[in-house]
Design a binder for this molecule. Structure first.
Ligand code: NOJ
Ligand code: CA
Length: 678
């Protein structure tokens, strides 16, 4: 019996020998500029592996590819490379809104055809898109009988870094989803992490590992196996498989942005380019802009979402917020707790939420017409409490209600612990899903499509990670997905380095609804926020979203109208973005040109250390004079004292020939408006 099996195995091996011999040579391709090279080869036991080098230096060494399935044999050995296709593509497309108008998409594609030489003889491709600033690759599996029932138990993709380095990361699969502070550790001490994982290798090369176009798949975390070696760890599904697939399928793109420095990570367009073009057609109905809203007082515990004596979203309160928005050119006002469903314990259970039924003290029709008369639109909040199926059942009435009341944007929320999303199928069977699982990846596409029918955009809190899908669904305008301003109200506040971490980690995913601008610098019970006032202004330039909140209350802003002027002036839609300097978790300075305009805005943020930064203004148009308004930390500013409010506001005339040196206080920053003279 044993001998018979051995003979069979030998026969199978010899039958496949010609294919193996043919496959022995590795296949390679480089980025258009030749700097990045990808190599794919068959290693021991017929396993397929890739490696990546940049400027001749290894970045990712031999890393295996493959899958475990719940129902059929794994796919990772006895493989041969049966062919390859290489092509180059170079075109430019426009973003309807964003940080850059023009996006160049220039890559070389290497499609590697693979087949099992024995047994099931399954076939698949791995497609690499090699950019001058990184690599994306995905598996493409055609429909084939031997894969029927092939539900994915795990993806075996490895990311074996060539050297140790420093990593900035937050843990994956814990109860508070993506809302953890960043750790800074040696790469060789990282745990199981959410992506993007940002790494500075020993030679200074910066790498960010993430994924693009997460659709109909579960989110990928990274688990360190040993040393500097990582493997994909897919988010669980609610059944035995992490991902369920029928017919032909492909994975999201596994992405590595690779750059000389931190700035180069930020300015990469790889994430957007690896997504499908706009599927929604004309979205010019969505106008980027700021919003204020009935919010910070709830986060501070002074008002409530629920009905009662401290209810925030009353007609009278909302009118005051609309008045403030109108008086200051803010086009939107957020309302939270405007609808029925908040009175019980909504954390983890939103089944009482009705997204078309206002509370008795919120006169929706009156407020819609009041807002309209003042040139303001309401942003309605849809808190699902994680009851995602309950929300889906209301899509039509919810988005119709929003559109009927002049709302261009809704804010959605999924407040429940990780893995506690409630999914109820049409047959009544109920499941608990992860926020980043396959079912939720599809849920968010359903939200995008349902909202688009009513010309409504959305900003999702407690979301799935951002993977560039705003290119395909440009009404998915923002998301939270990290610790935002709200943590500055509570105990355990964001430390001063948090935003300098965000820029080179979370912000690589796309827009974040951070809700900056708390100029009062106070959270609940009068507690101090760990920031200077000038830094709050800088966040409007540094943390991008097409919809940005002026998060403080009208009463608080009334005490800070000199600095509030910057918030009034700063737009939320850009023609161009430059990162002038930066180190992950330490500091960053960004310059952005107004979409369709000539003016520039500059923002700089630091961490807990005081530091000076110098930068030239060569991004400005030569020969043009700019009236500059500089909001910088006062000489005595310090986030640890009452002097956190010390701001120096200076006016200067600057040109592209000028160089600025600005000092940031501990916990500080600066913001500059550069208005071009006609
Ligand atoms: C958490 C969100 O981040 C916050 O903005 C919202 O106000 C609360 N959930 C209530 O939905
Ligand atoms: Ca730091």
């Amino acid at each position: 019996m044993r001998t018979g099996r051995m003979i069979l195995a030998l026969l199978a091996l010899s039958a496949s020998l010609p294919a193996l011999a043919q496959a022995a040579a590795p296949v390679t391709a480089t980025s258009p500029d030749g700097a990045i090279a990808v190599e794919v080869k068959i290693v021991e036991d017929g396993r397929v592996a890739y490696s990546i080098s940049r400027k001749g230096q290894p970045v990712v060494t031999t890393s295996r590819l493959g899958f475990l399935f719940t129902d059929v044999a794994k796919l990772d050995r006895s493989l041969a490379i049966t062919g390859q296709d290489v092509r180059t593509s170079d075109d430019t497309w426009q973003q309807p809104w964003g940080e850059w108008r023009q996006i160049r998409n220039n890559y070389r594609e290497l499609k590697v055809h693979l087949a099992e030489t024995v047994r099931l003889k399954r076939q698949f491709d791995v497609t690499f898109r090699i950019y001058d600033d990184g690599v994306g690759f995905r598996y493409e599996v055609p429909d084939q009988t031997a894969m029927h029932g092939a539900n994915i138990a795990e993806e075996l993709t490895e990311f074996n870094f060539a050297s140790d380095g420093t990593a900035w990361w937050k843990p994956a699969f814990l109860w508070n989803r993506e809302e953890y502070l960043y750790n800074k550790t040696p790469l060789s001490a990282v745990a199981t992490v959410d992506t993007p994982l940002t790494v500075k290798l020993a030679d200074g090369t910066h790498v960010a590992v993430h994924e693009a176009a997460l659709v109909d798949f579960s989110g990928m975390a990274l688990a360190r196996s040993q040393g500097t070696s990582f493997r994909a760890a897919l988010t669980p599904g609610s059944g035995k498989a992490k991902v369920i697939k029928i017919g032909s399928w492909s994975t999201p793109w596994r992405t590595l942005i690779i750059a000389d420095n931190a700035a180069g990570l930020y300015t990469s367009h790889l994430m957007l380019n690896l997504n499908e073009p706009n599927k929604l057609g004309d979205v010019s109905w969505f106008k980027p802009g700021k919003f204020n809203g009935v919010w910070w007082n709830m986060i501070k515990g002074e008002w409530t979402w629920a009905r009662g004596p401290k209810h925030g979203a009353t007609t009278a309160n909302v009118k005051r917020y609309i008045d403030f928005a109108a008086a200051n050119g803010i086009p939107n006002t957020l309302v939270e707790g405007w609808n029925v469903g908040w009175d019980g314990d909504w954390f983890g259970d939103g089944n009482a939420m009705d997204f078309a039924r206002p509370t008795e003290d919120f006169d929706a029709a009156e407020l819609a017409s009041y807002a309209r008369s003042k040139g303001v639109r309401l942003i309605g909040h849809h808190e699902t409490g994680g009851s995602a199926s309950h929300y889906e059942a209301q899509f039509d009435k919810a988005f119709k209600f929003a559109a009927d009341h002049g709302e261009m944007v809704v804010k959605t929320g999924y407040v429940t612990d990780a893995a506690q999303i409630e999914r109820v199928d049409p047959d009544g069977s109920a499941y608990r899903e992860w926020h980043e699982g396959q079912w939720m990846s599809n849920h968010f596409i359903r939200v995008a499509e349902a909202a688009a029918k009513y010309k409504v955009a959305f900003d999702s809190h407690e979301p799935i990670k951002g993977t560039g899908l705003q290119r395909t669904y440009p009404n998915w305008v923002a998301r939270e997905g990290s610790r935002g301003m709200e943590y500055n109200s509570w105990s355990g506040k964001n430390p001063p380095e948090h935003e300098a971490n965000l820029v080179f980690t979370r912000m690589l995913e796309g827009p974040m609804d951070f809700t900056p601008g708390v100029l009062s610098l106070t959270g609940e019970k009068g507690s101090a926020i760990l920031s200077t006032e000038a830094k709050q202004l800088a966040l409007y330039v540094v943390l991008y979203s097409p919809v940005v909140m002026a998060a403080d209350t009208p009463e608080n802003y009334a005490q800070h109208m000199d600095t509030f002027k910057f918030i009034r002036d700063v737009p939320t839609d850009w023609e161009d973005t430059r990162v002038l300097n930066g180190e992950v978790g330490d500091y960053v300075t960004m310059a952005r040109k107004v979409r369709g305009g000539k003016d520039w805005y500059v923002g700089g943020i630091g961490d807990e250390e005081a530091r000076s930064v110098s930068f030239d203004l060569t991004f400005l148009s030569p020969g043009v004079k700019y009236d500059a308004e500089i909001y910088r930390d006062g000489d005595d500013a310090d986030y640890r004292t009452e002097k956190r409010h010390s701001v120096a506001i200076e006016k200067r005339v600057l040109t592209s020939a000028d160089k600025l040196t600005l000092r940031m206080a501990p916990g500080g920053g600066f913001a500059i408006r550069l208005k071009a003279r006609k």
